[in-house]
Design a protein around this ligand. Structure first.
Ligand code: G4P
Length: 525
């Protein structure tokens, strides 16, 4: 198979949802179809269970699980599918945002009774920013759900994207009869109660079949009217609109009952985009360029204390990646060879000899790599668009064991490279500040510093509202701002100036008083 064929048959995507909407269940059902697993229950939810937030062992255990399921790849109908898992817990939202930089499309799972929830809205903003095509799966139809047309209105309004149902439900809850597949013009009846197997039975029957009434009475007329309304209200489905991220096709089903999942998957492999072009500071990279390029979007510490190395996740953007071939690590200028790059088949890591655009390769790292690092065959490139967000929780960090100063700074350095949190140095008092988006990270850092680096840290509270990067073309205004706000200024790891506002009011005042200054709430690695 040549490079173009390999690219065309690849689909790299993430499933995202508000916690509990059914992301894990849907992922599992997709893996069952792909034969990557054989029994339900094999994929563990990586969400940190409620009530366990202060239990470090639990956090670590969950992190261990999420390493195993970070990338799940399988073959389905000659398509190579790469599912990138995202952490379920809000506190790890940054990790999710970064993972979204490595996907070519997204499936959003929405609970049919709850509709659009906070996390869905936030994640959709990231997709919109990056123009990532999205498909929506409305889940839990076996339970009483909201009116499908109301749900569709809410999706359009809240997610700010046009929608087009490609399937439509026939009732929900105890009277749920099935789903009419508008795209294929077939009816799938909800009959099987089999929650475990991938091949649960569904019956296909067209809308004009006289037997239809027998199957779905008393909802026969209602379905005909609904489909009429769908065709009248929503524009014809156009694949280009979906791929341009302007239209989201909508499916209905019940992941738990394995219902509507095959339809989703079959449509997905047909319409979802294969690996797309990627932008770098220098130029746009086409996936079918012969030379290999890729970037690191995630770094994960090894959970096994006997193996202290880390795993860097490399997304291949162009060309063919080969084992033992030297590649340029652009930031350090060094050539590196990888003798055991990992693929992630069936929950197990295995060594791969080659990989193609869209694939994710796990590289062993002893602390050299950072998120955003670029690998090429010699070209000086830097991929852009890997975001870091303005942190909202802050603490001073202090060394609690004077004998372990070196270990502490090495640990902090590596944890920041992994993207666990951000480190700032206050201009006002020179102290080190850790900034995060979630409270859990402070516990994770403390725990990992102790267990992985043998260092101890102590925190001191720092009640701040937000940190944001500042920019200004007029150097005089810029320097004047820094001078005036000296006590609230800090420097990030890359030497950039950061303004720390104590309150929302203080931030608004600063924005108002210094219109020439550009306050940025996200930055790129
Ligand atoms: P998440 O990854 O998005 O957080 O959600 P997850 O798949 O873990 O699903 C959350 C809960 O919703 C689970 O129940 C799961 O069984 C249930 N669920 C998922 N899909 C459906 C569906 O189609 N219908 C119904 N009725 N329920 C569904 P749980 O009780 O929290 O967990 P578990 O003990 O069953 O694993």
């Amino acid at each position: 198979m040549d490079l173009k064929q390999e690219i065309n048959r690849r689909r790299t995507f993430a499933i995202i949802s508000h916690p509990d909407a059914g992301k894990t269940t849907l992922t599992e059902k997709l893996l069952l179809f792909g034969g990557a697993i054989h029994v339900a229950g094999a994929v563990k939810s990586n969400k940190i269970k409620k009530g366990a937030t202060s239990d470090f062992m639990e956090i670590e255990r969950q992190r261990g699980i999420s390493v195993a399921t970070s990338v799940m790849e399988f073959e389905y109908k000659d398509t190579k599918i790469n599912i990138l898992d995202t952490p379920g817990h809000d506190d790890f939202a940054e990790d999710t945002y970064r993972t979204l930089t490595a996907v070519d499309s997204v499936i959003i799972v929405v609970d049919g009774a709850k509709g659009v929830e906070t996390q869905t809205r936030k994640l959709m903003e990231v997709c919109r920013m990056r123009q990532t095509p999205v498909m929506i799966f409305i889940n839990k139809l076996d339970r009483p759900c909201r009116d499908p047309f109301d749900l569709m209105d809410e999706l359009e309004e809240e997610l700010k994207i046009k929608v087009r149902p490609l399937a439509f439900p026939i009732s929900t809850g105890p009277t749920f009869k099935g789903v009419y597949n508008i795209y294929e013009q077939k009816l799938s009846l909800f009959m099987s109660e089999d929650k475990q197997r991938a091949d649960g039975e569904v019956i296909d029957i067209t809308l004009d079949n006289p037997d239809l009434e027998k199957y779905i009475a008393p909802f026969h007329n209602r379905l005909i009217e609904d489909i009429d309304l769908v065709d009248g209200v929503y524009p014809e489905f156009e694949i280009e609109e979906y791929r341009a991220a302007r239209l989201a096709p909508v499916f209905f089903g019940s992941a738990l009952n394995n219902f509507g999942v095959k339809e989703l998957l079959d449509c997905f492999i047909r319409i979802a985009p294969s690996p797309r072009a990627t932008t770098t500071e220098q130029r746009t990279i086409q996936p079918d360029e012969p030379k290999m390029t890729g970037f690191v979007f995630k770094i994960h510490a090894n959970m096994d204390p006997n193996h202290r190395d880390r795993l860097a996740f490399l997304k291949i953007c162009s060309g063919r990646f080969e084992r033992n071939k030297p590649y340029l690590h652009v930031r350090s200028g060094k050539n590196m060879k990888f003798s055991s790059p990992n693929a992630f088949l069936a929950e197990k890591k295995s060594v791969v000899d080659e990989a193609f655009p869209g694939d994710i390769v796990g590289l062993h790292d002893t602390g050299t790599f950072k998120i955003g690092d670029t690998f090429t065959e010699g070209e000086q490139l830097k991929f852009t668009g890997i975001p870091t967000f303005a942190p909202e929780l802050f603490r001073y960090i202090e060394n609690a064991d004077p004998m372990k100063f070196k270990q502490l700074s090495k640990g902090i350095d590596q944890l920041m490279d992994e993207g666990v949190a951000q480190l700032f140095t206050s201009r006002g008092n020179g102290r080190k500040i850790i900034g995060t988006v979630g409270a859990l990270q402070f516990d994770v850092i403390q725990y990992r510093l102790e267990h992985e680096y043998g260092a101890k840290c102590r925190y001191e509270s720092l009640p701040m509202y937000k940190a944001c990067w500042i920019e200004c073309d007029d150097k005089t205004v810029y320097n004047d701002f820094i001078k005036r706000k000296w006590q609230n200024m800090a420097i990030d790891k890359h030497g950039r100036d950061v303004f720390m506002a104590e309150t929302q009011y203080a931030l608004n005042m600063a924005i108002e008083k210094f219109p020439e200054i550009n306050f940025k709430f996200s930055s790129e690695f």
